[in-house]
Design a protein. Structure first.
Length: 125
């Protein structure tokens, strides 16, 4: 995770996910019902910032029938970059940080990894 300031009071959070060849990372919105868990990036525990955009990702997900779940699902089968813009809300002396709680699940053609949660924190200077 990286935080890039675009001005004295505004910036952008950048999170890059590396997807190994043959694997895929499920999208942030999946149909309800039995199946894999979507990728969730929760930044609500950040301090001293207010987010001004929704989370975006590039490239776009692919949508295919997943043989493991026999459902049409979406995922990334290449590396993906997530971005979200913010404004600072506290003075320069205050403790400012972005905290991202990321839950994700990946599969290949034969198996799936259980949902995993990673916590990333970056101080804003």
């Amino acid at each position: 995770m990286n935080v890039k300031m675009t001005s004295d009071t505004e910036g952008e959070v950048i999170i890059k996910a590396i997807v190994e060849p043959g694997w895929h990372l499920y999208g942030t919105e999946l149909p309800k019902g039995p199946g894999p868990k979507p990728t969730v990036i929760d930044m609500s525990q950040s301090n001293g910032v207010i987010f001004t955009t929704e989370l975006s990702s590039a490239p776009a997900t692919v949508e295919k029938t997943d043989a493991m779940f026999n459902r049409v699902l979406n995922w990334w089968d290449t590396n993906v970059t997530f971005r979200r813009r913010f404004k600072l809300t506290e003075s320069k002396d205050a403790s400012r940080s972005v905290k991202a709680v990321i839950t994700f699940m990946g599969c290949n053609d034969a198996t799936c990894l259980p949902p995993t949660t990673k916590i990333l924190t970056k101080t804003i200077k």
